[in-house]
Write a protein that binds this ligand. Sequence first.
Ligand SMILES: Cc1cc2nc3c(=O)[nH]c(=O)nc-3n(C[C@H](O)[C@H](O)[C@H](O)COP(=O)(O)OP(=O)(O)OC[C@H]3O[C@@H](n4cnc5c(N)ncnc54)[C@H](O)[C@@H]3O)c2cc1C
Length: 385
Amino acid sequence: MSVDFDAAVIGAGVVGLATARALAKVGKKVIVLESNVSVGQETSSRNSGVIHAGIYYDKNSLKAKTCLRGRVLLYEYLVKHKISHKKIGKLIVANHTNSSQLEQLFLKGIENGVEELKIVDKEYLGSCIPDVRADLAIHSPVSGIVDVHGFMQSLTGEIQDHGGDIAKLSKFISAKQSQGDGKGWEIQVSCGGLDSERIVISSHWIINSAGLLAEHIASRIEGMPEKKIPPTYFAKGDYFAVSGSCPFNTLIYPLPEKGGLGTHLTLNLGNQALLGPDVEPISLDKNNLDSEQPFDYSISETKKFQFHENTTKWWPSLKIDQLQPAYSGIRPKLNPITEKPADFIIQNSVENDIIGLINLFGIESPGLTASLAIAEIIESYITKH
Ligand SMILES: Cc1cc2nc3c(=O)[nH]c(=O)nc-3n(C[C@H](O)[C@H](O)[C@H](O)COP(=O)(O)OP(=O)(O)OC[C@H]3O[C@@H](n4cnc5c(N)ncnc54)[C@H](O)[C@@H]3O)c2cc1C
């Protein structure tokens, strides 16, 4: 039987697109299935747009490795393809009372091999960035911001230039192994939104890069052992835009909190300041995950009081009426927020006991930064098998 595609990637977020681009570039015939009307409408366009240095993650974890490698690949990519980005650096601020936590974080960053990290004192902060109130900070000059949409558009263009397909409004429904011979997959796809027609395509490989729905998708793949599908814990993060002129030209983070990196100040490429994301565990009705929009991205305006209180600890002149609700994103976490953050899972066909299947679970932050490195791991695995 002839097979339509070498690889079917489920999900056109930044990780699915980066993966499809890597496979298309080495000559694989690729299709990306995306249920939305366009690419990158879920977590990939609902984040801080920060290129992370790689400070926070455990040594030798996949998060640490793919963040560091991904950052290098990403900056190279952005320069080569002329995509807007700025290496504006980042400060993680603290006071004397939590200075030991800051020092531990600094050592973690050094252990991970993050370049150019240093600790700066109050005098330095007072002279360079007088609007910040802090006793000390980690300064990471290699951190930056990126035009995420520009990056995803560029990946999309490259996939198509290398003969790949991006099938929008094409929802993965289920997959079963072709004739049970382990030589590929028959994938049922629903095309065109409501009242949609169903088609079947075939592919040697499935890469489940469905972000928030990766657990749900894995459960629709014939033969996937239930015990190898980790449960997802969803944690929402809201953002507030800051009106008026912003006195900062760098990213400013507090120390990390349970479940997140702390409600921080990020800037977009137009110099608009944003505060966020906070961390709010949410539960989803797992029977509703096939609906048109299973996620509630609305923001409660009353949260601005909490945002203001948290932020004025290090930005005392911020006024509450400068805060306007902006947008929110949801993290697919593999542990409840009360527990230590879990690592990314890139589950290959040896680990999941199924030939021709790779599942990506728990691709929360720093998934944007790490995307090209995750893609590199998957491309190398598929090329060797
Ligand atoms: C609040 C927040 C802030 C963050 N900030 C940063 C940051 O500053 N820097 C950083 O490096 N990382 C950050 N991240 C992490 C980063 O945004 C994610 O890791 C990354 O976007 C994940 O990309 P993805 O492709 O795995 O998932 P997604 O972008 O969610 O893409 C998955 C795609 O799969 C599609 N899909 C789902 N089910 C189906 C189906 N049945 N059929 C077809 N398609 C389907 C969805 O529609 C979606 O488009 C942040 C995350 C959050 C939530």
